[in-house]
Design a protein around this ligand. Structure first.
Ligand code: GDP
Ligand code: ZN
Length: 381
């Protein structure tokens, strides 16, 4: 689906209208870094009046909802004959590591107009973004400038200093990793992750690791509950290799975010899933230990058999934030059909009489534990 293009007139930023002397280079560098583009000062402004002070760019129409959620005002123009398609693997401060379709990785800066157009500076370039970038000649390494960021789908965000910050975009699924034992299986925690995933608009997959530690029959009830709701549940053992083939088929050629409590076996699973990943994960934690790149965000790790995984400490236990009680029910798919059968339109499904949700739980049409976890997540008990 390609966005409809239209010509728009873009106002130059104020600083392009006048030939003022740039006063504070240090601050400018701090704010924007060095630009690949010609500095503002060299831009010629001839005497033709208003017209030349605008420029025409081709911008795609973006749905208002997209702009609100994901930080875009418009898509800027881009010369597709000199630009290449790429995927942002990770972002280090002002530099984005972009992989082109041939698998070459370019270190890219971001074109100024992009930063001007985004509604939130922090969303300028995010790991997972599909971009168009222009290669810039460099004698030692591959460099480029990001010219355009395509509209995003399925973003994971976190709250940082009271603002929403995107961590990774355009991913297909979230692997909710849990363990059958050590640590003990926590269905309410699974529900928390499920609600977060549902809210992010990303498909969750429940992985139960360490099944070698229990009698598999004991897991049947919980697997049954989630399967019936429509979630995929994969029993696994990183130790015995059980289920690894199935997991590999599920992640192949897709982009999967890994989350789950510490100690459930996320690293162990990734290592048996694709031994080639081992090295990369080690490298990243080493980098972090050295404190070299404290601003490192999420990273797309390439799977040798196709696809990517994202395993970032910050996402591993990605929490629910800003969720309002009235919102929670929508993320319990099996409760939704009962909601509008309640007697009171503003039913909280907790203490009210004639509550269809509560009745469904009472007579077993809804799993009682799921109902209770709904009450707990929506703060109703
Ligand atoms: P992470 O914190 O989620 O990355 O968990 P790790 O991969 O570091 O694993 C935590 C511990 O669980 C380690 O001691 C692993 O050896 C162990 N472990 C991981 N997977 C399994 C499994 O399938 N079965 C058993 N018995 N132990 C496992
Ligand atoms: Zn109700």
């Amino acid at each position: 689906m390609s966005p409809k293009n239209q010509k728009v007139r873009v106002e130059f930023r104020k600083n392009r209208l006048e030939r003022t002397r740039v006063k504070d280079w240090t601050q400018q560098y701090k704010d924007h870094g060095f630009e690949q583009e010609a500095p503002v000062l060299e831009e010629r402004i001839s005497g033709k009046g208003e017209l030349v002070r605008r420029r025409t760019v081709i911008a795609a129409e973006v749905e208002p909802s997209q702009t609100e959620d994901l930080g875009f005002a418009a898509l800027p123009a881009c010369d597709t004959t000199t630009c290449q398609k790429g995927r942002v693997l990770r972002v280090h401060g002002l530099v984005s590591f972009v992989e082109n379709e041939q698998g070459d990785i370019y270190q890219c800066t971001t074109r100024r107009v992009l930063r001007t157009m985004t509604t939130d500076q922090r969303h300028v370039v995010v790991t997972g973004d599909h971009v168009l970038f222009r290669p810039v000649p460099h004698h030692k390494r591959l460099e480029g400038a990001i010219e355009r960021i395509e509209p995003r789908t399925g973003a994971i965000s976190r709250r940082s200093k009271n603002r929403k910050q995107l961590i990774v975009t355009n991913v297909d699924q979230i692997l909710i990793i849990t363990s059958a034992a050590e640590p003990v299986l926590k269905p309410n925690l699974i529900d928390r992750f499920l609600v977060s995933a549902e809210r992010s608009g990303i498909k969750p997959i429940i992985c139960i690791n360490k099944i070698d530690l229990v009698d598999p029959a004991t897991l049947q009830p919980i697997i049954g509950v989630y399967s019936q709701i429509g979630y995929k549940v994969i029993p696994l053992s990183a130790t015995t290799g059980f289920g690894i083939g199935r997991l590999r088929r599920v992640v192949q050629d897709r982009e999967s975010v890994v989350c789950g409590q510490s100690g459930v076996g996320k690293s162990s699973l990734l290592n048996v899933l694709d031994p080639a990943l081992n090295l990369r994960i080690g490298e990243i934690s080493l980098e972090n230990q050295k404190g070299k790149h404290t601003t490192t965000t999420a990273e797309l790790l390439k799977l040798s058999f196709g696809g990517y995984v994202i395993d970032t400490p910050g996402i591993r236990e990605f929490a629910l934030w800003d969720i309002i009680p009235e919102e929670v029910l929508a993320f319990y798919p099996e409760l939704v059909p009962y909601e509008n059968q309640c007697r009171f339109p503003d039913c909280t499904h907790s203490f009210e009489s004639d509550c269809a949700v509560k009745n469904a739980a009472a007579d077993g049409r809804i799993d009682m534990r799921r109902y209770e976890s709904y009450l707990s997540l929506s703060g109703r008990n």
